[in-house]
Design a protein around this ligand. Sequence first.
Ligand code: COA
Length: 268
Amino acid sequence: MNDVLLIDVDGPIATLTLNRPDKLNAISYELADALSAALDHLEARSDVRVVILTGAGDRAFCAGADIPQFAKSIELGREAAVQDFVRRGQRLTGQIEALRTPVIVAVNGLAYGGGCEITEAAPIALAASEAVFAKPEVLLGMPPTFGGTQRLARQAGRKRSLELLLTGESFGAERALEMGLVNAVVPRSELFEAVRDLATRIAAQEPEAVAAILTATTRGINVPIDEGLRMEREAFAQLVGSRALREGLGRWIDAHPARERRQGRTGS
Ligand code: COA
């Protein structure tokens, strides 16, 4: 695997590290493709139950798309710009959002542009208290292109998102928490322990149940509730007859013998 992306699998937890620290882990096309391929690969592995995504170095999670590179695509014209840059980025964030294996983003530093959009797309994110976020595309004369005009407004509300989108001003981890962009904020020195702890708690659950919950919740947000409830029924129906559900119910029932059975036992 290319070293713009580091991959480490430790038991059920895989860690992907964006590894261009001298460029604040900006996402080049090469890095986007490597990340996309790694996510495909990890999703197909039954031993991997959670994917952690973070950035190398002590400054940044990710400073967004690689500006000089996508500027060249823009010079080639509309078709190349949309195909090489926008579609590639939207595919990547869509993949992170929809992966059947949960992705936890560990925002270890700057999360600008695409770094913020990856955080928006991920099902769970934890941030270091030192992390700084921004939606700076407006300063480049463009809208965000990796889902940044869509997901934050759905998560945090239109007006709060537009203030950040229209000014490009940076904001801190506490604001990100208050907006629902991250689940928790912890000191940087404790970030990886906190992320690993959460990953371990999720990895202990039945992967089929985790995937069903993830898919129904993530897809359900974007459709009318009747359609979301249909997805929920489907997600449940898929599990009927599965070992996961049989064993899960069996564990609870074994641990809670019915009153009649308990009384029968003591009475006999
Ligand atoms: N694409 C490509 N390279 C980037 C980058 C990006 N998005 N963001 C930072 N880098 C590179 C810089 O060019 C510099 O490389 P160099 O040392 O080879 O010149 C290195 O990362 C460090 O960045 P620098 O700008 O010197 O750090 P800083 O602390 O002064 O500023 C930022 C940090 C994040 C404010 C600034 O780098 C920035 O504005 N980055 C772009 C953010 C952005 O607009 N992202 C959205 C793109 S759509």
